[in-house]
Design a protein around this ligand. Structure first.
Ligand SMILES: [Zn+2]
Length: 156
């Protein structure tokens, strides 16, 4: 399959999601060695889960399929430019490339304003719309210290 065919598959998932009333107009596929190993569709409302974006669903499915938390040799094709949450998961899962069709500006025009979050991230913490404040109780560093001294940990 060509890159265009992989992208077409992601877009077809997005369209099917709308037509079948399953969720928002977003789909994603994950490809390894020239084959689709996982698909994802937006299921935010269906699953009552704000993290159930197409890319997140595809990443979860690919990780289950490969029985690994890393997708180093995989690429994601998304029907739309990933939002900051999905981009974070893309980095954490070590995907090697991201391809997208619609842009986040296209998404903002139909009411899915990921661009807003990208703009928020660029602001200083005290200028963001959601307040974020550091609180430091006495046990703050106990988990990190426990991790440092743990001898049977699996690094990731
Ligand atoms: Zn997302």
């Amino acid at each position: 399959m060509s890159q265009e065919m992989f992208m077409k598959a992601a877009v077809d998932l997005a369209l099917d999601n709308v037509v079948t009333n399953r969720g928002g107009p977003f789909g994603a596929v994950i490809v390894k060695n020239g084959q689709i190993i996982a698909v994802g569709r937006n299921q935010v409302v269906a699953n009552i889960d704000p993290s159930a974006h197409a890319e997140m669903q595809a990443i979860r499915a690919a990780c289950r399929y490969l029985n690994s938390h890393e997708l180093k040799d995989c690429e994601v094709y998304s029907s739309c430019e990933p939002c900051p949450m999905c981009l974070g998961a893309i980095y954490w899962s070590r995907l090697k490339a991201v391809y997208y069709a619609c842009t986040n500006r296209d998404a903002a025009q139909i009411g899915f304003d990921d661009l807003f979050i990208y703009k928020q991230l660029a602001l200083p913490m005290d200028k963001r719309s959601i307040p974020m404040k550091r609180i430091v109780p006495s046990n703050t560093y106990m988990p990190f210290n426990a991790w440092i001294h743990k001898t049977n940990k699996k690094n990731y």
